[in-house]
Design a binder for this molecule. Structure first.
Ligand SMILES: [Zn+2]
Ligand SMILES: [Zn+2]
Length: 563
């Protein structure tokens, strides 16, 4: 969402030979990452993700970056680089391709394979896909790209170095520096160092965990905890995690084999993603391990483990339905063990605790991040970020991927390693940053708001309609219908007052009805007969009465019918 920066205006034209960075999402929030680079009149985009709605966005399915600032320049786009397959980086790709289907996509094998399902859902065919690997170099217009392996909570993630005539950018994507990763694929610090020696003019760095001191715990430290859970469980085990966390699923799969249990995937995205990951060799599935969820009842409770979606308490997910005893195949029984092997994304707390309470009510033992080491973050903590700055020694820094507090903390880390304070820019979505003669500066701002997906509509829901939904949800709704004689302006019917979500008995409105009758009577004597004015009068009268006597501000719909 673009933030008020009254001191900034639209940026002037980019001087020749300079590089412009336009963040359209992900700077100021965790989600819907999208950054546009402009150079020599051409555009390169890095990531195009979604943000998941919170309670304050009732009825909204997804939130997209705002494409408006580039809408009349779609033909200038050379490529869309996808750093990894998380929803906050690839979820909005189909919506951008709807506007120009032949934008070349660039990403690793797993990233593009995970995107395939979405492209099919949106019936996008003949999409131009360019699979790249770490250490590979490819040219798109004036952008010379080199990819660097990074370690994250999904396999096959990449950082990207962008060489241009204006200088070299290194964008980390999401990363951490697990020194003993499960798949042995390290963040390639040797490449970071080589690029640093060559000279990084602008370092764009993941800020998510910049406030966390020290180092992010290794994935390997989770393994013995999962093993202990399996050793102790006497009945069925259900593990919920992100449907893209291949390494977590691998750990659970390995423990299942070790303890003689079959594995069943629960939830559409889990089934689909793990199919993709095992087809491509990112997930090792021993023969005769995975069974269909419809067959789990053929096994004793201590012979299966279910790996499920829904670790964030998403209401329609498998785990929420299991917790509500609303799942067609799976019932929780006393003594079952449920493991939430995931982080708790801010904003989801209530939903997650609702699920945990639901499971506990049926007698399950619930293990989660709060009571056992069953999850570790996918993002670098402060200690790792310091290493990154010291290895790369960048000339300028732009923290990305975080709320403002995370980006500020990241900026301080950069400064503490010797980057000049005036070469570190903390910018939010819409703030345009130019790299001119090797120096960054804020060049202005572009308007970029939230774009809401609601059912099949994109962008039709506005802030105003969301405000209406919140008022309806929290304050209820009152309608007042009055029938007026069109000749003499006298009230001939009503006022009829109906309320929803307010009070059980409409008789509470009797005093208000009298006030409205009086107000309409006065208006009639003063010669007011305009329908709109009468409606406003009714709105004001009942609005004041509700506010004074009930301390409520419901939505009020006055209707004046002339006969
Ligand atoms: Zn990620
Ligand atoms: Zn991310």
């Amino acid at each position: 969402m673009s933030h008020p920066h009254p001191e900034l205006s639209a940026p002037s034209a980019l001087p020749p030979g300079a590089l412009r960075v336009i963040p359209l999402g992900g700077l100021g929030e965790i989600g819907r990452n999208m950054t546009v680079f402009e150079h020599e009149g051409r555009l390169l985009i890095v990531d195009c993700g979604v943000l998941f709605p919170e309670d304050k966005h009732p009825g909204v399915d997804l939130i997209l970056p705002d494409f408006e600032p580039i809408r009349d320049r779609l033909s200038d786009i050379e490529a869309l680089v996808l750093t990894h397959g998380h929803e906050d980086h690839i979820g909005a790709v189909p919506y951008l391709l709807r506007e120009r289907p032949d934008i070349p996509l660039v990403g690793s094998q797993l990233t593009l394979a995970l995107l395939d399902g979405k492209l099919r859902e949106h019936r996008l065919k003949d999409v131009q896909k360019n699979v790249v690997r770490e250490r590979q170099r490819v040219q798109f217009g004036p952008f010379d790209l080199e990819f660097v392996a990074v370690n994250h909570s999904i396999p096959d993630a990449l950082a990207v170095a962008i060489r241009t005539a204006a200088g070299t950018v290194l964008h980390t994507g999401d990363f951490k520096m697990d020194q003993l990763p499960l798949d042995g694929r390290l963040t390639d610090l040797r490449a970071f160092a080589r690029l640093g020696e060559e000279g990084i003019d602008l370092f764009m760095v993941d800020s998510t965990n910049a406030e966390m001191p020290g180092f992010t715990i290794s994935e390997r430290d989770i393994t013995p905890v999962i093993d202990r859970i399996f050793a102790r469980a006497e009945r069925r085990i259900i593990v919920a995690c992100f449907a893209s966390h291949v390494h977590r699923v691998q750990q659970v799969m390995d423990a299942a084999v070790e303890h003689g249990r079959k594995v069943a995937y629960v939830g559409r995205s889990m089934v689909r993603n793990m199919g993709v990951a095992s087809d491509l060799g990112f997930l090792r599935v021993p023969p005769n391990t995975v069974v269909d969820v419809r067959e789990v009842d053929k096994f004793e409770p201590n012979e299966v483990v279910l790996i499920s979606t829904g670790s964030q308490g998403e209401p329609l997910s498998a785990l929420s339905r299991i917790a509500a005893r609303d799942h067609p195949q799976i019932r929780i029984e006393p003594g079952d063990t449920v493991v939430l092997a995931s982080s708790l994304i801010p904003g989801n707390e209530n939903a997650v605790f609702r699920v945990i309470n639901g499971l506990a009510r049926w007698g399950a033992d619930v293990v989660h991040k709060g009571n056992a080491l069953v999850h570790t973050s996918g993002h670098a903590s402060a200690g790792e970020l310091l290493y990154a700055y010291n290895i790369v020694k960048p000339r300028n820094v732009l923290p990305v991927h975080g709320e403002i507090r995370h980006m500020r903390a990241n900026a301080d880390l950069a400064v503490s390693t010797g980057v000049r304070r005036d070469r570190v820019v903390v910018a939010e979505d819409g703030i345009v940053v130019d790299l001119i003669d090797g120096v960054v500066r804020v060049a202005g701002k572009v308007e970029c708001g939230y774009v809401y997906v609601d059912g099949s509509t994109v962008g039709d829901i506005t802030e105003t309609s969301l405000k209406d939904r919140r008022i309806l949800g929290e304050e209820g709704f009152i309608s007042v219908i009055v029938v007026v004689d069109s000749v003499n302006g006298k009230v001939v019917g009503g006022p009829e007052i109906k309320a929803r979500g307010f009070a059980e008995d409409d008789s509470v409105f009797d005093p208000a009805r009298v006030l409205i009758e009086e107000a309409l009577g006065r208006a009639g004597r003063e010669g007011t007969d305009d329908t709109y004015q009468l409606q406003q009068l009714i709105r004001r009268t009942i609005g004041k009465w509700v506010s004074d006597t009930h301390r409520r501000r419901p939505m009020i719909i006055p209707v004046v019918v002339e006969v």
